[in-house]
Design a protein around this ligand. Sequence first.
Ligand SMILES: Nc1ncnc2c1ncn2[C@@H]1O[C@H](COP(=O)(O)OP(=O)(O)OP(=O)(O)O)[C@@H](O)[C@H]1O
Length: 325
Amino acid sequence: MTRRFGAAVALDALSLEVGAGEFVALLGGSGSGKSTLLRLVAGFDRPDAGRILLEGKDITALPPQARDVAMMFQSYALFPHMDVAANIAYGLRRAGMGGRDIAARVAELVGLLRLEGLERRRPSQLSGGQQQRVALARALARRPALVLLDEPLAALDAGLRERTGLELRALQRRTGASFVMVTHDQAEALALADRVALLDTGRIAQFDTPRALYERPATRAVARFLGAANILEADGPVPLDAATPAPAYALRPERIALRPTVPTRNGTEAMVEEVAFRGADTLVLARAPGGLSLRVVLVAGQATPEPGQRVALAWEASALAPLSA
Ligand SMILES: Nc1ncnc2c1ncn2[C@@H]1O[C@H](COP(=O)(O)OP(=O)(O)OP(=O)(O)O)[C@@H](O)[C@H]1O
């Protein structure tokens, strides 16, 4: 799909295929097009070019309520004057479901989302986590084939976010619906999604499993976005010996080790600049000849160097992930 706003191209001939029952995260920087894509799929906006197919059916021209798609907004958008049960029942009632069926489905969702005892409360009488679960129950009520989630965990505090994220994934598995979640948070995307689509200026930079994205980023831009990877140029100051020729390589900080001596290839001497103990591991920033700055992560239990110390660093050829651009 393509979507333009005046001269700005929010989505640039972007194509994405989500499998049935798959959990996909849309990850990308601010302005990369994540919200635009979600709004188009939900039906709140129309593409300038392209089509949206759901289970083989063209839904591009259908209004939101006629699509088998539900959206959960970042703000949850719960009706403040309705209680929990009425919020969950809203879409079912609009769809013309009978009272007894609605009551049964609401009870089922209350159980699924652990909202027992809260049915008569208004949204303002709920915690943030409870509101999030009501919003999710409302989105799931009509058993949509596809659930769109806009930063579903962003409004929760850090302590609650991790657990709620894992619950969200378990729920997705149980319902069998496809989930597409927008997030800024790469750790969240990697932890929850089956596949992550990394968006960059309206295009998909890479669409892959979390592990592949992390271990085999396709380009420098992806490696940089996922953060913390060292990028080594093939013609840079450090002699490399990689299995695949490429203009540059990503090297994960945890794949670099301290060695007694510098190997002739895939290693370098370096000066330790910063050492940060982080509990489970220690981050070392070291500067190699030629000014190359390297991030090294040493797992707990390994000897850690001191700032100002000269060290020998080395890595396996298999640790060099080729970058195409
Ligand atoms: N209604 C609009 N009018 C004009 N430009 C828009 C409109 N909606 C989005 N854009 C532009 O399209 C581009 C993509 O925006 P979009 O909101 O999809 O990005 P995003 O990845 O969701 O960003 P964020 O993470 O900040 O929410 C941006 O350059 C944005 O300024």
